[in-house]
Write a protein that binds this ligand. Structure first.
Ligand SMILES: [Zn+2]
Ligand SMILES: [Zn+2]
Length: 323
């Protein structure tokens, strides 16, 4: 059995897919991330990135049991699911967890996404065995030799188990779940679709404390967020972060490394490369997620020792806005 905790990014874009010559380097698919804990496969969100991911799982015969976690149910996190090949395989057991919508259950939202008016195949007619359950912040998802279950605490859970904690954030319209996946003492925090607070999001920082890899929303350039970028109205309050906000959470939580995620669909490769470069001046263990990026999680890095800019809110970096 593999002893590795790995992450692979299949969709890194926020809001809507962004194909084209200007997005080749980072990719245009919406949010979907694969985590492999030994032989166990855990998928984070089902944006269009889950479509090639599903094909690869089928090709490599890793479809017998798959867990899919939804951060929330906005389009860019669900729109790939109707095209997820393993969901059509009778031999696949699919565990689907996430929050309920504001007015509807998780299951109902997924069913409506595939209503007969909008898609030819209903959720029910996808032939995988589906265990769909909405989860609460107080619950913990456990995957061990005995299978997948929900628990109220980690009491009695062995070190071999994949343990997933849930943090409900209110820093996105309708709320969003942040997940912490822990296995054999290593951990990953997936914090997409979240907006930073002045003085940092203290609850998120606590939840992400000492994680090895922090995947954090970094959709906007500072100038865009504040409405100072030509042609881009201010996005304050939209529920997404700037690079600075992501760096602040990474620093305050003493994460091992930071991955910038949920890139704005209107941003070119050059703009994201500029954001990545500016983030690196603040935290060297940082990279912008791109389709195909793989990370082998280890526990050696510590951002706090490398952090170079404690006064982020006053830092002013100019970016080239060329396409
Ligand atoms: Zn999103
Ligand atoms: Zn969203």
């Amino acid at each position: 059995m593999s002893n590795e905790l790995r992450i692979k990014f299949w969709g890194v874009r926020g809001s809507y897919p962004a194909p084209g010559a200007g997005t080749v380097k980072y990719g245009g698919n919406t949010a979907s991330v694969e985590v492999r804990a030994g032989e166990r496969t855990i998928l984070l969100d089902a944006g269009t990135g889950i479509i090639p991911l599903g094909r690869e799982l089928a090709r490599s015969k890793r479809t017998s049991e798959i867990m899919l976690l939804f951060s929330h149910l906005h389009h860019d996190h669900t729109q790939g699911f109707p095209f997820f090949v393993p969901a059509y395989m009778p031999s696949t057991k699919l565990h689907i967890f996430g929050p309920d919508g504001m007015h509807e259950s998780l299951r109902n939202v997924l069913e409506h996404n595939q209503s007969s008016e909008t898609f030819p195949v209903s959720l029910r007619d996808m032939s995988a065995t589906k265990n769909i359950q909405s989860v609460r912040e107080s619950q913990i998802i456990v995957w061990d030799e005995a299978g997948v279950r929900l628990a109220e605490s980690t009491a009695g859970v062995g070190n071999e188990a994949v343990v997933i904690g849930i943090h409900k954030s209110y820093a996105h319209p309708g709320g969003v779940y942040v997940y912490r996946i822990t296995w054999r003492g290593k951990s990953i925090v997936y914090a997409t679709d979240t907006e930073g607070y002045v003085g940092t999001d203290k609850r998120l920082v606590k939840f992400a404390r000492n994680t090895d890899v922090l995947i954090h929303d970094a959709q906007y350039l500072d100038e865009h967020y504040w409405g100072q970028l030509e042609g881009f109205p201010s996005t304050q309050g939209y529920g997404h972060s700037t690079v600075k906000m992501a760096c602040e959470v990474a620093y305050a939580s003493e994460a091992g490394q930071l991955v910038l995620f949920h890139h704005d669909p209107s941003y070119s490769d050059a703009m994201i490369a500029g954001m990545e470069a500016s983030a690196k001046t603040q935290i060297s263990e940082t990279q912008a997620a791109y389709e195909g990026l793989e990370i082998l999680v280890h526990s050696e890095n510590k951002i706090s020792e490398q952090y170079q800019s404690p006064n982020l809110h006053t830092r002013d970096v100019k970016y080239a806005n060329n396409d």
